[in-house]
Design a binder for this molecule. Structure first.
Ligand code: NAP
Ligand code: FE
Length: 364
């Protein structure tokens, strides 16, 4: 086993302002990386700026990160980090700003030609990073991955380095209090998918499995509440998604994420929703391969059987996006090209992937 989790997690209402001293240990100049509006509307940005002010830290803003950030966005942020000579980075937002911030942290310290962004052997040199999530799904606040859009290859893919594990993650459920229902559902499904996939890669360990079951036990009941149109426990979602992030930091994700990326890139389907579309059919397939693990997952989620798992997802997802036969053929080749495929327990063929897409989405 090889376990690394260097991120300090501080959770609780008002935790950013209450722990401003943690910021000053990282330096005197910070680049705050956010999306276009949610960092402001959630109050997370004003808490971060107040913490900086309290500690006499000069804060510069990079508010240009869109969903599924691309390489250009990361280089633009890194140019700002360099020109402002910042000592550290604070990421405020969902997975997209957190992932862009990780790439910025690397690019601010390492000279990487843009053509080599995805293939570069990144060293340990990066600006230290603080992560303040405003969604409850990606767990990026505790992972060493940045998922970035590769426009040249027309795909989403990842870079990874232990250097981009955030130094600190601040989890305040107040920031996710007003997430729209759809975003809450999609991000919670992402978290569930991390925990479930993370138990079914070849890099699992007893520790990552224990974390996965903990995450499933926290997130599962909230998904049931959401399906019943009841208010979820936001703290449980934020905590559960962070724990699921700790799972993939060790074990990685599996075929569901690899099949979800083309749906996001080519069909603009939210990351968590794209995973949700695939998750049920893939989970049923895994029941034949790893019945013991699948049974443990169902128990942790409080679901009697796979049909209940699929019914829950169906209720949450509603009408599914149809795919053409041509789309299915094109998308089915793509997961096989990702490096993460080496972590799969069962190596699928393009035909098997196509069959999963057909089961997951109606044909157009
Ligand atoms: P996101 O792309 O960060 O944000 C989606 C939308 O939600 C944006 O419009 C954002 O607005 C808005 N939003 C954020 N917080 C909100 C809040 N509290 N209330 C209302 N709206 C809010 O979504 P995400 O699902 O968190 O992240 C998805 C990305 O993370 C994908 O690129 C995925 O591949 C990646 N990911 C990374 C990892 C990892 O380990 N690194 C793991 C899984 C997924 P603004 O634009 O205004 O902020
Ligand atoms: Fe994900």
């Amino acid at each position: 086993m090889d376990y690394l989790m260097p991120t300090r997690v501080i959770m609780g209402e008002g935790c950013v302002r209450a722990n401003s001293a943690c910021f000053s240990r990282l330096g005197k100049r910070a680049l705050v990386v956010t999306g276009r509006s949610s960092a402001r509307t959630t109050g997370a940005l004003s808490d971060v700026l107040a913490a900086c002010e309290q500690e006499g830290i000069e804060a510069f803003l990079y508010e240009e990160v869109t969903s599924n950030p691309d390489v250009a966005c990361c280089y633009a942020g890194a140019a700002l980090a360099r020109s402002m000579q910042v000592d550290f980075i604070v990421a405020v937002g969902g997975g997209s700003p957190m992932d862009a911030a990780k790439a910025i942290a690397l690019l601010a310290c390492q000279d990487v030609p843009e053509d080599y962004f995805f293939t570069w052997s990144y060293t340990e040199k990066a600006l230290p990073l603080i992560a303040v999530p405003t969604t409850a799904g990606t767990g990026s606040e505790v992972t060493p991955y940045a998922i970035i859009t590769d426009r040249r290859e027309e795909r989403k893919t990842s870079i990874a380095s232990p250097a981009v594990f955030p130094k600190i993650a601040f989890l305040d459920a107040a920031y996710i209090a007003f997430m729209p229902r759809e975003l809450t559902i999609h991000t919670a499904i992402d978290a569930l998918s991390h925990a479930v996939e993370g138990m079914l890669t070849s890099k699992t360990s007893p520790l990552s499995d224990a974390l996965a079951l903990e995450a499933i036990a926290r997130v599962g009941p909230q998904l049931k509440r959401l399906a019943a149109d009841e208010k979820p426990d936001r703290e449980a979602l934020l905590y559960g998604s962070m724990v699921a992030g700790m799972v993939i930091a060790q074990a990685g994700t599996a075929l569901v994420h690899a099949m979800g990326y083309p749906l996001t890139y080519h069909r603009n389907i939210d990351h968590g929703r794209a995973n949700g579309l695939i998750l049920g059919a893939w989970f049923r397939l895994m029941a034949d391969v790893e019945p013991g693990i699948v049974a443990a997952i169902l128990r942790a989620a409080g679901l009697p059987d796979i049909t209940a798992f699929e019914t829950l997802l169906n209720g949450l997802l509603g009408e599914r996006e149809p795919l053409t036969a041509d789309e299915i053929t094109r998308y089915s080749e793509l997961p096989l090209k990702l490096a993460k495929i080496k972590k799969y327990r069962v190596m699928p063929t393009a035909e098997e992937i196509a069959a999963l897409y057909r089961e997951s989405c109606p044909e157009k």
